[in-house]
Design a protein around this ligand. Structure first.
Ligand code: GTP
Ligand code: SPV
Ligand code: MN
Length: 590
């Protein structure tokens, strides 16, 4: 039975049901009783496995199909009415044609299955910035994940019904169908505020509140409405005086957002009273506040974090967040004590275990037990360092924006842009080695402006213009920086220790944002002098730091040539300010 008499909602649910033809329709009210019953059903169907109730209370393991383990960028579409509005970095098909193609696939796709109707809200539904959506899905795994990642149920539909425009909600449709790779589609229709996903059961492809809505659709809405949806973590740094200063940082998938968002400062900082608070680990919605600063909310309620490499040393807060009420996807099942394991958790791979595919696994054969893109879905409020402002309706004021990626040689450990416009340039020239978070080759350098290449719901030329426009409108804009934790030596080993030690770089960034730290000018922007980075208690020599902060002009000239090539894609839509910034960089390097 419907949870609402909202005509727009009910008419749309009916229309989708008449196409997909489920045996049954179940509305998700968000109650623990209902979720518990669904867990029971999912367990009975073998879709999830209950883990040890003492060691991992309320935790489950799920395995996706072997062909369905990451986002599929080549099958992701932005179907705006005009091709020119999707731009050169997105796949596009005429919406009428795409709807026709997909209707055939959805026709009867839920026969013999149940359609779950999930009302969900991005940010707390009571926030003035909340956006509402409804996801229809035939997967209990999706329902259980959405219950962790977003706010769901009766509370949300009440807020939608009471809102100024109860017909204004994002329409998300997901059907597992046959998990057929050849017919897998992740399609956004920005002007219709709609998302259609079919033939996948994996994370970002099917948890439609995440990348599909909170980035692709929301970036489009932000462009139209004067705000920004970005692939950014949000954190607060508390200094010994008890002041908390916030920053947001954009890194491509699997490049360290979750890790940085939950950073534990090194002893020398903790002893002085420094603390880091996590507001968000993946997505930020940014708006200009009444005080003229940029304010950020985290639209999500949980973490969908990369499991491999997460351990008590690298990221204890992430590990502690996923010790209860968590869904693990594609990790190793330890049969001896009914727990989970992944590469980099500890040095004791289980002897009696199944790998992510569910096959008997012996680490001695050299194969990986967990998929490199295996993940945990954990409630954010279980994180030991979750910010008291995590659910603040107005969000937190941002003093610095940080871009970064995986660059073996070119980008220094950190540098600061000269001003907002130069900062937009710095974001636009981001490049990174690809990771396992998307299907395709790993380790290839590709341009990924603002870490938004796979997530921008409109023409990226317009997106850059929107960044410049926002800069013009923010009376007191954050300062903009770039970081790179991933420089390597001649043996390919990381030079910078990273993780908690990144605090030393954050300290410089936040002090610069408040005019409290020194820097030197360089051809690419402001660089800290090696002695401006605190090395107290750190096993990195001044020479190594010098090396990490060095700018190789020959490499950068090559970089500039690559940027020209990349910019050429955007034709007339490239804001000329970006060309001016590039010309200035080239002049500085000459
Ligand atoms: P998505 O959830 O895909 O958006 O990824 P993310 O940006 O949140 O990345 P995450 O924090 O999960 O880190 C991904 C990988 O980068 C993990 O294997 C980490 O161990 C590694 N990593 C994170 N921070 C650092 C760092 O400072 N140095 C090094 N060398 N590796 C890091
Ligand atoms: C990413 O790939 O950036 C993720 C994981 O955060 S997914 O939700 O699959 O997009
Ligand atoms: Mn991400």
């Amino acid at each position: 039975m419907s949870l609402t008499d909202n005509k727009a909602v009910n008419a749309w649910v009916d229309e989708m049901a008449s196409m997909t033809k489920p045996d049954k329709i179940v509305w998700i009210d968000g109650s623990e009783e209902q979720l518990d019953a669904l867990r029971g059903e999912s367990l009975a169907a073998g879709e999830i496995i209950a883990l040890d109730p003492d060691k991992l209370p309320g935790c489950f393991l799920h395995r996706t199909a072997v062909n369905d383990v990451a986002r599929v960028e080549h099958r992701t579409f932005i179907c705006s009415r005009r091709e020119g509005d999707a731009g050169p970095t997105n796949n596009w098909t005429d919406p009428a044609e795409m709807y026709a193609r997909l209707r055939k696939l959805y026709d009867g796709a839920m026969k013999g299955r149940t359609m779950y109707v999930i009302p969900f809200s991005m940010t707390v539904p009571e926030s003035p910035f909340a956006k509402f959506g409804i996801e229809l899905t035939d997967s209990i795994y999706v329902v259980l994940n959405m219950a962790i990642m977003t706010r769901i149920g009766a509370r949300v539909i009440k807020c939608l019904d009471a809102s100024l425009n109860p017909a204004d909600f994002t329409k998300g449709l997901h059907a597992k169908a046959d998990i057929d790779e050849e017919n897998r589609y992740i399609v956004q229709f920005p002007e219709d505020n709609a998302i259609w996903s079919i033939n996948s059961g994996y994370g970002g492809n099917v948890l439609l509140g995440k990348k599909c809505f909170a980035l692709r659709i929301a970036s489009y809405l932000g462009w139209k409405e004067g705000w920004m949806a970005e692939h950014m973590l949000i954190l607060g740094i508390e200094n010994p005086k008890g002041e908390i200063r916030y920053l947001a940082a954009a890194f491509p998938s699997a490049c360290g957002k979750t890790n940085l968002a939950m950073l534990i400062p090194p002893d020398v900082y903790r002893n002085k009273g420094y603390k880091v608070w996590c507001v968000g680990d993946d997505i930020a919605w940014l708006r200009i506040g009444p005080d003229g600063r940029l304010w950020a909310v985290n639209p999500e309620a949980g973490f969908f974090g990369v499991a491999p490499g997460t351990n008590m040393k690298s990221n204890p807060n992430a590990l502690l967040s996923c010790r209860a009420n968590t869904i693990f996807t594609n990790v190793v099942h330890n049969l001896d004590d009914n727990t989970v394991w992944w590469e980099g958790l500890d040095k004791n791979p289980p002897k009696n275990a199944l790998n992510w595919k569910g096959e008997k696994w012996d680490c001695a054969d050299g194969s990986k037990g967990a998929h490199p893109n295996s993940r945990f879905t954990a409630p954010a409020n279980q994180c030991p360092c979750i910010s008291s402002e995590f659910e603040a309706p107005q969000g937190v004021p941002i003093s610095a924006l940080v871009f970064g990626g995986r660059r073996a040689r070119t980008a220094p450990l950190v540098y600061q842009s000269r001003d907002w416009d130069h900062g937009v340039f710095v974001g636009s020239i981001m490049a990174s080695e690809t990771t396992a978070a998307a299907s395709g080759a790993v380790g290839v350098v590709r341009r990924d402006p603002m870490a938004m290449l796979p997530f921008c719901g409109y023409h990226m030329g317009d997106y850059f213009a929107h960044w410049f426009e926002m800069g013009r409108r923010i009376p007191n804009p954050p300062k903009i920086f770039n970081v790179n934790w991933f420089r390597t030596d001649e043996n390919g080993s990381f030079i910078w220790p990273g993780y908690g030690e990144n605090m030393r770089v954050l300290e410089w960034i936040i002090n610069r944002a408040f005019g409290e730290a020194d820097a030197a000018e360089s051809p690419i922007g402001y660089l800290p002098r090696p002695e401006d980075i605190n090395r107290e208690g750190l096993d990195v020599s001044l020479d190594t730091l010098k090396n990490l902060l060095s700018v190789d002009t020959e490499l950068w000239r090559e970089e500039a040539r690559g940027i020209h090539e990349f910019y050429a894609k955007f034709g007339d839509k490239l804001p000329h300010k970006l060309r001016e910034e590039l010309a200035r960089l080239e002049k500085n390097l000459a």
